[in-house]
Design a binder for this molecule. Structure first.
Ligand SMILES: [Zn+2]
Length: 309
C-alpha cells in the first residue's frame, strides 16, 4: 500500500490532478483487474466451488490465475483488491457478523491491522487533500504542515476552505437559535506531543481511546474543529441541543462528526460529538445520502476506488 500510495502521489504531481482523483483512477484500475480476472476464470471458479479445495492449495490456485471460489463473494465488489483476498477471508472468519461489503471496505483501509502498527504514512499531496484519512492506521508525514491557515473565533486556525465552511455553519446554528464556537482547531505536532504525553501520564490505560498520538491527529490537518456550546467545555457539549443540531446539519456545510458512538470500533476513539472535520460538501452529502458512517468507509468506497459509472 505504501508503494501504491507513492506511485499515486507521484502521478498526482506529474499530472497536476488532485490526489483524490488519481487515487481513485489507479485503485479503480486494480479493482477492474480483479473483476476481469474473475470473468475469465469464471468456469474454473464454479468448478472449484463443488470441489471446495482445502486452504493449503490456495496459493497454487491463485498463481494459476483462477481465483479460488471462496473469494467469489468479495470479487463482485468494485472496491475489492486482489492482493487483499486472504486478509478479507481472515477478517471475515474473525467477524462472522459482518457482510462481505463490510469486510472488504474495512480491510481496504486496514481496519484488520492493530492500531499504530505499520501505519501508512500519507504523501504530502494526499495529506493535504480534503478527504485525507488520518487515523490510527494512516499517519501524516513528520514534516507535514497545512499549505495555508486562517483564523476563526479569534485564536484558532484552520485551512481557508474549513474557515469559510465553519463560519457558515456557525451562522446556520445561530439562525436556528444555537450558539457554538471553536475550542480547538489546528494543532502543531509539538502541541499534540505534549498533550498526548500529559494524558498518557495521567491516564495510561485509557489515553489512546481519546487522544491521538502526535502525527496521527486530525487536528494537525487544519480541517478539524472541536466545538463548544454555552457550557464552554467539550464534555458539556455532549447531549445538548447544539450537539444535536450539529449532528443533523454539519453535512450541509461540508463537515462530518468524525467520531460517533456507532463508529468507535472503526476509528478506535470514543464518541466525540464536538469534533467535526471538513471534507467538502459533496463528500459530506454523499456520506449522508448513502448512510456511510465513517470517513474510513467513504475513503474505501469513493477515494481509493471509484464506483462503476
Ligand atoms: Zn478534536
Amino acid at each position: 500500500m505504501r508503494t501504491a500510495m507513492s506511485l499515486i502521489v507521484t502521478a498526482a504531481v506529474v499530472c497536476a490532478i488532485t490526489a483524490a482523483i488519481v487515487f481513485a483512477a489507479i485503485w479503480g484500475v486494480r479493482a477492474i483487474g480483479a473483476r476481469m480476472e474473475r470473468a475469465s476464470g469464471g468456469a474454473n471458479a464454479e468448478a472449484d466451488a463443488s470441489e471446495n479445495p482445502p486452504r493449503g492449495e490456495e496459493a497454487t490456485e491463485t498463481e494459476a490465475g483462477a481465483p479460488p471460489s471462496e473469494h467469489a463473494h468479495f470479487l463482485d465488489l468494485y472496491y475489492c483488491e486482489e492482493d487483499r483476498l486472504e486478509r478479507y477471508l481472515d477478517y471475515e472468519a474473525a467477524h462472522p457478523e459482518l457482510s462481505p461489503e463490510e469486510v472488504v471496505w474495512r480491510v481496504d483501509v486496514d481496519i484488520d491491522k492493530p492500531f499504530y502498527e505499520n501505519a501508512v504514512e500519507l504523501e504530502l499531496e494526499c495529506a493535504r487533500s480534503e478527504q485525507a484519512l488520518v487515523s490510527k492506521r494512516f499517519k501524516l508525514p513528520d514534516d507535514f504542515e497545512p499549505a495555508e491557515l486562517a483564523q476563526i473565533d479569534g485564536d484558532y486556525r484552520v485551512t481557508p476552505a474549513t474557515k469559510e465552511a465553519y463560519e457558515r455553519l456557525r451562522e446556520g446554528a445561530k439562525a436556528a437559535g444555537h450558539s457554538i464556537r471553536a475550542a480547538s482547531a489546528y494543532r502543531t505536532i509539538e502541541y499534540q506531543k505534549n498533550l498526548y504525553a500529559r494524558y498518557l501520564n495521567e491516564d495510561p490505560n485509557n489515553a489512546d481511546n481519546y487522544s491521538a498520538r502526535p502525527g496521527f491527529s486530525e487536528h494537525h490537518t487544519g480541517r478539524a474543529i472541536d466545538l463548544v456550546g454555552p457550557s464552554g467545555t467539550l464534555r458539556g457539549f455532549v447531549g445538548t441541543k447544539e450537539a444535536e443540531w450539529v449532528r443533523e446539519n454539519a453535512w450541509n456545510y461540508g463537515f462530518i462528526v468524525r467520531y460517533t458512538p456507532e463508529n468507535e470500533e472503526i476509528t478506535g476513539y470514543e464518541s466525540e460529538p464536538w469534533h467535526i472535520t471538513y471534507i467538502g460538501r459533496e463528500a459530506a452529502a454523499l456520506m449522508r445520502e448513502n448512510g456511510i458512517g465513517s470517513l474510513e468507509e467513504y475513503v474505501a468506497k469513493y477515494v481509493l476506488h471509484l464506483p462503476p459509472q
